[in-house]
Design a protein around this ligand. Structure first.
Ligand code: KE4
Length: 418
């Protein structure tokens, strides 16, 4: 089936022909790809091509597509029922597992998307502190809840959408934005408004302006500011949770956020996310507390079965060192030639930046030559490699990728006229 035909049909019934804007190829041009199936590191498109996938459903498919044991767990649960809207033992098991693996998590609430998890974390912070203001960082993306669509990253940044119609000005006015990695700027802001700030929210390692790591001391500084001013510190780990190890980036740093959001990996490829944190915060959620949050499909056993099996396999097989080594292999190959784009990487996540200098914040990221990225994207696609269709996104290595996959990508990058 030709992608042009599918896209034309899609545009007749779905806004922009897509169910999420970044899939529309707006910043790279061309007709969006349609996938028929996936297995391991490969996807097969509706027009019959096999591509090596480094998008991995934006990080969710850490084990690769259609992992046999995960599929079997889903198949088995599906035969028992997919959702009941009634408590199940399996959701208790996943909650216990997450609290055991994530030190700052004394309580966890399962939800269906990262947006829901972040929206709940913000409402909790506001409900517990009695304050309304939120501090976020330029270029970080935390889903599409109103408060977070201010100077957001990912598809908002890719689409050049500076502010979203439909977000009431009074909501946007309560969201304050400072540059990522700029501790002086957030310190100055907190000195000015800190006693009215409910939460500071951050992607501890940013995926949504491309991969950007925190400078030494930045995250620890946020912890100190939150403590000084009585605000909640929220780590949005929808991307980073269980991406770099069998826990969170918070656990790797020893920093304890008050609230943490998870998604992608913990759902094993099905819609599942989570918000968790100290009992002091989380026990304010209904029904025990007064901060309301709910969901028809929250903790549904089908998604929980996929998530539990994924965590079990990650613990058994520990693919993290190998994924990190593949990331290093790619970076070594691409960064060996200073004239080429720069490969930023951490663990099994990377971004090939067409930027003149290393990227530490949104200002740096915006210096990227997005046209050069678009050419790179299509050259890779022609070489049988699918990358995120936007410069301001992270790409992912799964447990299914091989050295040959990495070398093919490196060859595609290094063969380019930049
Ligand atoms: P979802 O609502 O899309 O499940 O999660 C929102 C979210 C929250 N926090 C972080 C750090 C995230 O990266 C995301 C979603 N990530 C994007 C990709 N950068 C999802 C892809 C898309 O929007 O289509």
């Amino acid at each position: 089936m030709k992608h042009d035909d599918l896209f034309a049909r899609a545009c007749a019934v779905i806004p922009g022909g897509v169910n999420s804007p970044v899939r529309a190829f707006g910043s790279v041009g061309g007709t969006p790809v349609y996938v028929a199936s996936g297995k391991g590191a490969a996807i097969t498109t509706c027009d019959g091509r096999t591509l090596t996938d480094f998008c991995c459903s934006w990080g969710a498919m850490i084990l690769g597509h259609a992992h046999g044991e995960v599929i079997e767990a889903v198949r088995c649960q599906a035969g028992l029922g997919t959702t009941f809207g009634i408590n199940t033992a399996i959701e208790v098991e996943l909650a216990e597992r997450l609290c055991a693996l994530v030190p700052c998590m004394e309580r966890v609430r399962l939800v269906n998307s990262g947006t829901e998890a972040v929206m709940t974390a913000l409402r909790l912070a506001r409900g517990v502190t009695g304050r309304n203001r939120i501090v976020k960082f330029d270029g970080c993306y935390h889903g599409h809840s109103d408060s977070m669509l201010v100077a957001a990253g990912s598809g908002v940044l890719t689409g050049g959408i500076t502010s979203t119609p439909g977000v009431p000005p009074e909501v946007a006015h309560d969201t304050f934005v400072v540059p990522y990695n700029d501790l002086d700027a957030v310190t100055a802001l907190m000195q000015e408004i800190g006693d009215s700030v409910a939460a500071i929210i951050v992607e501890p390692v940013v995926g949504n302006m491309g991969l950007v790591q925190p400078k030494p001391g930045f995250l620890q500084g946020l912890r100190g500011l939150a403590d000084t001013h009585g605000a909640a510190l929220i780590f949005d780990e929808v991307i980073t949770g269980f991406r770099f190890g069998l826990s969170t980036y918070a656990q790797m740093t020893g920093i304890r956020p008050d609230l943490i959001t998870l998604g992608k990996v913990i759902g094993g490829g099905l819609p599942l996310a989570a918000v968790g944190g100290t009992a002091a915060f989380m026990d304010n959620l209904a029904p025990v507390g007064k901060v309301y949050q709910a969901g028809t499909l929250s903790g549904n056993p089908l998604a929980v079965a996929a998530g539990l099996k994924t965590l079990e396999i990650l613990e058994r097989d520990n693919p993290y060192p190998r994924m990190a080594a593949l990331g290093q292999r790619l970076a070594d190959a691409v960064n060996a030639n200073a004239a080429l784009p720069h490969c930023a990487h951490f663990g099994g996540a990377f971004t090939i930046f067409f930027a003149p200098a290393p990227v530490t914040n949104l200002t740096d990221a915006k210096r990227s030559d997005t046209q050069a990225y678009a050419r790179h994207f299509h050259r890779a696609l022609d070489a049988g490699i699918y990358l995120p269709p936007a410069q301001f996104e992270a790409a992912f290595i799964s447990a299914a990728h091989t050295e040959a996959d990495i070398d093919a990508l490196a060859d595609a990058v290094c063969a380019e006229e930049v």
